[in-house]
Ligand binder design. Structure first.
Ligand SMILES: N[C@@H](CCC[C@H](N)C(=O)O)C(=O)O
Length: 293
């Protein structure tokens, strides 16, 4: 039976999403429906789908409420191929903007909101130019992954980093190598990560550090979505990887240039260890209704 899906299209640095509201948790889409919505020719077109559900009405939401009772809303994130992900750094800013636009939450400048995600509760602060999301603690994933690609026949070492979702960051030699990558093909990782991974390719800008801020360029092949114009958690993982490679003197603030714009990354100490935050724009582009089978 066909039904109408009322949605909002949003984007953050070109990473685009279809958002819809389902406060009671009664309208979960199937993976096939998600893929149909994200199809750029036959659907709306997006890198992912985000459902706004009250945490109280979702199994995954119970853990979020136990962690922080203020996490009233849960960001139910799905990749374009219909698989779920734990976290989305661009998505959580766009999701916050959507909650405000729909009158589902209030947020004054400099105030923060707690959002439930499968990676745990994350807080998002409203800034003068967009939003800054505290993506919480991060960790090195261990292992020694090797990454090959269509335009990268010789395997390169990657660094596995978990920021709530899995990433492997690969350093390339220069801009020419980065621009020459063919990311229409999924990079091959050995050993293959069990749950898959988002793969980021990075090069330093010249100079690497300017006014105390580290600068890198990044391209990404996202798990479940292919090449995208930006990946927020990928930008964070990339900055963490480059800081790790650069050593002690490397800064804790980074500017990450992606094909869709610029993202800010900041590392800081919190009660439970080092956290990493992501800041950038969040735009709601248009509203629509899609008839779904
Ligand atoms: N684009 C997102 C990440 C979305 C999820 C990712 N593809 C995964 O499967 O982990 C971001 O901005 O972080």
């Amino acid at each position: 039976m066909a039904f109408d899906l009322r949605f909002t299209k949003g984007q953050g640095t070109g990473n685009d999403f279809v958002l819809f509201s389902d406060p009671e948790g009664e309208s979960e889409l199937t993976p096939t429906q998600i893929a149909a919505v994200c199809d750029r020719r036959f659907g709306v077109g997006a890198d992912g789908v985000i459902r706004a559900v009250r945490s109280a009405n979702l199994d995954d939401g119970a853990a979020a409420l136990a962690e922080n009772p203020q996490a009233v809303w849960f960001m139910d994130y799905w990749n374009a191929d219909g698989t779920v992900s734990e976290m989305c750094g661009n998505g959580i800013r766009v999701f916050t903007s959507y909650l405000l636009d729909q009158g589902l939450a209030d947020l004054a400048r400099d105030a923060s909101i707690a959002i439930g995600t499968r990676a745990g509760v994350r807080t998002v602060r409203r800034t003068a130019t967009g939003f800054e999301a505290d993506l919480g603690p991060w960790r090195l994933a261990g292992g020694e992954p090797l990454v090959r690609g269509k335009s990268l026949p010789v395997a390169r070492p990657g660094l596995g980093i978990d920021v709530g979702n899995p990433h492997i960051v690969v350093a390339l030699a220069d801009d020419e190598e980065l621009d020459g990558l063919d990311l229409a093909y999924q990079p091959v990782v050995e050993p293959e990560p069990e749950a898959g991974a988002n793969i980021e390719f990075v090069v330093p800008a010249e100079p690497l550090v300017e006014d105390g801020v580290g600068r890198i360029r990044m391209r990404v092949h996202e798990r479940g979505s292919g090449e995208t114009l930006s990946c927020g958690t990928g930008a964070v993982a990339s900055a963490l990887a480059v800081r790790y490679w650069a050593g002690e003197a490397a800064p804790d603030r980074w500017r990450v240039q992606v094909p869709g714009g610029v993202l800010g990354v900041r590392m800081f100490q919190a009660a439970d260890g080092e956290h990493v935050s992501l800041s950038g724009p969040a735009e709601l582009v248009f509203d629509g209704v899609l008839s779904l089978a």
